[in-house]
Design a protein around this ligand. Sequence first.
Ligand SMILES: *Cc1c(COP(=O)(O)O)cnc(C)c1O
Length: 394
Amino acid sequence: MTPFDQELSARLAAIRASGLHRELRCVDSAQSPRITVAGQTLLNFSSNDYLGLANEPALREAAIHAVERYGAGCGASRLVCGSLRPHHHLETTLADFKGAEAALSFSSGYTAALGTVAALLGKGDFIILDRLVHACIVDAARLCGAKLRVFVHNDLAGLESILRWIDTQTSPAGPGKTRPRTLIVTESVFSMDGGFAPLRELVELKDKYGAWLMVDEAHATGLFGPNRRGMAEALGVSDRIEVQMGTLGKALGAAGGYICGSRPLVEYLVNRARSFIFSTAPAPSVAAAAAAGIAFVRSPLGEERRLALMSRIAELPDHLTVATASPPSAIIPILIGNETKAMEVAARLRHQGVFIPAIRYPTVGRGKARLRLTITAVHTSEDLAQLAAALHQV
Ligand SMILES: *Cc1c(COP(=O)(O)O)cnc(C)c1O
């Protein structure tokens, strides 16, 4: 073994010893409530494909059509010659769906967060995060160079005391000097706990202190609000949030990330978001599938799927005693605590034919390992009964 590999092997041994080792599992089927892993068919309760769109004919056909017309790849970044019709169509569809002035798509939600936060803030600015935000936002906060402050999950008083402290740190803009900016970032539905952020109160607070607000709707887009735009719509605060972010890879069934907001925001990101500028444009098939996912969500069929999902979630207490968020979301954490124990429980569930991987540090805090159970619109009541029986067994 080379010294390089020796060092990495020692690091891997330490990861294993702490119960945090991860490995890939090869899935031999399309996303659905049942997936094939190593020849075994498993009832899948781990997908973010909340509406069952990842393998939906309308999305598949849109992708195939885009391949036939535009090919497999884009050849360059969006700003060079890779900005194809499907990207533009996706962005007008997105803006219209979200009721926003403009939208920009990225190759992932992760890169949308990195590029956007680092474009908006720099050294001398402030960024404030809810403790439970997704890793991409934490990484974005580190990358942008702004001073980082974190508040206890959903703790408005804690957030306000940070905002007050920042006020004491900053003097008003003088001639030729811009005032430091403060950006608050939270999720509308938290990815590992399934709970909601108090968006109305957050909007009031950021307005009171002249801060900006960015909301990650990764687990809400397509699921909440009269037009299924997300929680900002459900709570009537969409037009008071400076930056609305989300992914095209969860309920929308495709892949990619997006930012929605004002026209100046999107124009600015096209000029300044490095993860957008210095990266090959997403495949046209993926952009086309995402646009078809949005069209599906907005159609009566999309509403049917959403209602099916909500009724499956509502049935869950008939099968299991689990604490669900209120209002309920599709993410139900089953807290275990110890990392190794969580892995054992997940392995025993697999033995019972049920797939719910253990989520461990650093995705969640140390000692907060859990099974992250997700329900989709295409699960049946019988699937829930089988899940309950398997959980009961283990
Ligand atoms: C999945 C997720 C992302 C990242 O989106 P991708 O498109 O998968 O890169 C960002 N934020 C949250 C809260 C997520 O759950």
